[in-house]
Structures are given as structure tokens and as C-alpha cells.
Design a protein around this ligand. Sequence first.
Ligand code: AMP
Ligand code: FE
Ligand code: FE
Ligand code: ZN
Length: 276
Amino acid sequence: MSADLHVHSAHSDGTNTPEEIVKLAKNAGLKTIAITDHDTINGVSCAQEAGKFNGLEVIPGIEFTTEAYGAEIHMLGYFIDIKNITLLQTLDKIQKGRVDRIYKIAEKLRALGLNIDADKIFEIAKNESPGRPHVAKALIAAKEVSTFKEAFDKYIDFNGPAYVSHYKLAPNEAIKLITDAKGIPVLAHPAASDRDEVIPDLIKEGLLGLEVFYPSHRWQQTKKYKDLAKVYGLLITGGTDFHGENSGREIKFGDLTITDNLVEKLKNEYIRRNRS
Ligand code: AMP
Ligand code: FE
Ligand code: FE
Ligand code: ZN
């Protein structure tokens, strides 16, 4: 039995519903998953309900997109209280920023001569946390590009001509929000952010874990982050960053798992911090 603690549903940029995810995870022989949608917790309760029915443990989670040190830094939060008012209010603000941004991206794309419309993007996203993958899908549907990669490479990558930022928290704000909602903050895919030098600062802000096991980590990186976690006494997590079937990513449940022992440690820390 094993676990996958990084999963996106159709409530952000995944392609599967929480119910479908639970079935897929169960069929792959997993014992535990965490739903970690970008800037939303809307998929958590459905997944938990389906999990109870199917005998799969579903940890409530989130993945915040934050920005600092000239980079995008993703912050995972595990065991968050999804009814926490400050958390919900902040998510509402971030989601409104994401919606405004889609209008701006569509405008930029149209100025570049592309046939694209914000409403088409919202139709594809069908959720409160729309993002660039939905823009990419709309560009493919409009036959302006033929692949996700082309959409990002030509237009919407961080340095692309149609890139637009959106309201984001700083990493320390995300850490505080997660902790105040009783959750455990974990730095997502640290190699992708490429800001290892700020890990000590994030720890001072309350960071409690590192996502050591991640599909794009080479074994040297996995070892480096495992050693860092040991040196700093951080929890270790990992997951596939599953974005669903037909999401353009080949990874599927079971391709990368972590041991139940790591999940136990995460859970014990959550219990220890929230006792009394
Ligand atoms: P957003 O949160 O709207 O800025 O979109 C970020 C999401 O886009 C990430 O979570 C990935 O799922 C996806 N993404 C980012 N860069 C790429 C890329 N180069 N190719 C495909 N998908 C990407
Ligand atoms: Fe994503
Ligand atoms: Fe991420
Ligand atoms: Zn993710």
C-alpha cells in the first residue's frame, strides 16, 4: 500500500472529477491520496466522500501559487481545515484575480491576431480557478496551436508575449495561511522553483516539509532534498502531480508513490500541532 500526495482535479487544471480520481487511485492500489488543486479546495469534500465509499484515504490539501525571489514558488498545504474563514476569503480573492487575468490574457492573444475569446476559456475551465492550461486548450480548440507545448512556448509561458500575472500570496503568507488553517506547509517540487538558497528563510517562516519525491526530480535531486530534509528536520512528501487522463501528461497513478510511513509522519505532526 502506498500514497500519492500531489493530485489535481477538474476543480483546477486537472481533467478528472474528484470521484473519477478516487476510482483511478483505488484501481492503482493506492491507500492514500491528497487533493492539491491550484488555489482552490472545492474538490476536497467530493473526493473525501467518494474516498469513504471506496476505502481510500483522502487528505485535504491545496497548492498555492506564490511568487518571490523572482520565481514562482508552489506551496502545498496538507490537512488544512477547508472551512477556515480566512482561508476561504483569501481563496476567493485569488480566484477573482485568476478570472480577471483570463480576460487580460485573451486580450493580449487577440492583439497578437489570434482568434480567442475569454468566454471560450471559461467554458473549458468550468471552475473558479481557471489557469493557463485552460487557455492552452482553448488555443488548441481554435486551431491556433496544435499542442500544449506550442501554446506555452509561443504565447503563455512565464516569458511569453501573452503572459499575465495574477494576484498571488508571497510564500510566507501562504505558509501562515496554511498553518492558521491547522495545515502543514510543504514546499512543492523545489527543483522547479530552483531557489534552494531560500529554504532556510522559509523554515524560519514556518515551512515544515519538502516534496522530495517528484516525477521530474533526477535521483541526485531526490537525494539532495532528502538530505536537506534530514538536516533541517523537515517532513518528506511526494506525488505524481497528476493532472488527469488526457491531460497531456503521461504520468498515471502508481508511477510514483511514497510509503505509508511518510504519510504517518505527516499525520502525526498534524495531530501533534493541533492537540488541545
Ligand atoms: P497558472 O497557475 O494558470 O499560471 O498555470 C500553471 C499551470 O500550467 C501549471 O500548474 C501546469 O499545470 C501548467 N504548465 C505550466 N507550464 C507549462 C508548460 N510549459 N507546458 C504545459 N503545462 C504547463
Ligand atoms: Fe497545474
Ligand atoms: Fe506546482
Ligand atoms: Zn501541482
